[in-house]
Write a protein that binds this ligand. Structure first.
Ligand code: KIV
Length: 257
């Protein structure tokens, strides 16, 4: 399937079988997650925190993304590979298109960017070039410093309307799906019912959207130093790694017989 066909098959899931998306940042995890049946592998700029050790995603560069997108793409996943456009790589439509083309050259099949109405011209420029775009609304991690923290969105009718207007602008510009982050469940459910493309939630409650995306380290319990309140770990890799390493240290450093 081509990238456009894969993106179209995700778009066609609107209102149907829910979409399961996970972040992936390297070759082995991309292969393992793909073998598990995930629909979308998002090379998210969350890698700045959970892989590169930065305090937030504002430190991520296009070069960081290219490196990790290429690693994920080498797994040749059946899932759609979406690469995040980092902050200040899509400040104008021309820059957005150039950055998106770089991610595609590295192996991304679609790109994601944050924001609504003010990003519509960038989404239009990228989709006009045949590159599928996923939007991202609600809590925008690239604006965490301006906002002074990670806060819930869509709490008032005005906020819900602004979210709807932003989503509609992205859809009109050609976005095939939109991530909603930390939107309160009632608003997420209402807007998902009203909007024409799949809404993929994170921190929006269970079964409120057309699917969910999770940061893979939250799912696997491999980044124990910061766990968002909405995370639902299915494993405790941090403990498994620590105890395997401790057993190794004990074996190697024992004097033997
Ligand atoms: O970078 C990322 O991992 C994301 C998800 C939170 C959706 O954008």
């Amino acid at each position: 399937m081509t990238a456009l066909q894969k993106a179209e098959s995700i778009r066609a899931r609107k209102g149907g079988r829910p979409i399961a998306a996970l972040t992936a940042y390297d070759y082995p995890s991309a292969r393992l997650l793909d073998e598990s049946g995930v629909d979308i592998l998002l090379v998210g700029d969350s890698l700045g925190m959970v892989v590169l050790g930065f305090p937030d995603t504002t430190h991520v560069t296009l070069n960081h993304m290219l490196h990790h997108v290429a690693a994920v793409a080498r797994a040749k996943p059946r899932a759609l590979v979406v690469g995040d456009l980092p902050i200040h790589t899509y400040d104008t439509p021309a820059q957005a298109l150039e950055s998106a083309r770089s991610l595609v050259a590295a192996g991304a099949e679609a790109v994601k960017l944050e924001g609504g109405i003010r990003q519509a011209d960038k989404v239009r420029a990228i989709t006009a070039a045949g590159i599928p775009v996923m939007g991202h609304l609600g809590m925008l991690p690239q604006r965490v410093l301006e906002e002074g923290g990670y806060r819930k969105k869509g709490k008032t009718p005005e906020q819900a309307e602004a979210l709807r207007d932003g989503a509609q602008a992205l859809i009109d510009a050609g976005a095939f799906a939109i991530v909603f982050e930390s939107v309160i469940p009632e608003t997420a459910r209402q807007l998902t019912a009203a909007l024409a493309v799949p809404i993929i939630g994170i921190g929006c409650g269970d079964h409120t959207c057309d699917g969910e995306v999770a940061v893979v380290t939250d799912l696997l319990g491999s980044y124990p130093w910061f766990v968002p309140p909405f995370a639902r770990p299915e494993a405790d890799l941090a403990s498994a790694i620590r105890s395997a390493a401790a057993r190794y240290v004990a074996r190697v450093t024992s004097l033997g017989d």
